[in-house]
Unconditional design. Structure first.
Length: 134
């Protein structure tokens, strides 16, 4: 057991202890990567968005991430997560608000360009992309 050290760092993924292998940038992702390792970019994006938005994390960015989770499909990519957190931040706090900018800047820092997501249908916590072929 490691004394006085964390298992993971949201501020600086991959540095919490000698065994912390989290990646920091989305570009470091590899197919079939362990989710405990690949969670570094969204963890850092959350940390940075909270810091950039200021105030208490549960009042602003915590709400954004909480409301985003049921929207995400099981196989969500960093891009899907970024787009949906960006969209929800805009819905909650206003388009081009400081909170939406904080989310955009945080994802940008980890290598993902957040944008408005594709249209989705939400049903029982599942998201399904609507395509022109539907």
């Amino acid at each position: 057991m490691l004394q006085g050290q964390a298992l993971r760092s949201m501020k600086d993924p991959g540095t919490a202890n000698p065994f912390d292998g989290q990646i920091t940038k989305a570009s470091d992702y590899q197919d079939n990567m362990d989710p405990h390792i690949s969670s570094g970019p969204p963890n850092k994006a959350f940390y940075l968005a909270c810091k950039n938005a200021g105030g208490f994390s549960w009042d602003k960015i915590g709400k954004v991430w909480y409301l985003t989770m049921p929207r995400l499909p099981e196989n969500a990519t960093y891009q899907i997560a970024a787009d949906n957190t960006f969209d929800i931040a805009g819905s909650l706090f206003g388009e081009e608000s400081a909170e939406q900018k904080a989310v955009f800047d945080a994802w940008h820092e980890v290598g993902v360009e957040a944008k408005k997501p594709d249209v989705t249908v939400l049903f029982a916590g599942m998201a399904k992309k609507i395509t022109k072929s539907n």
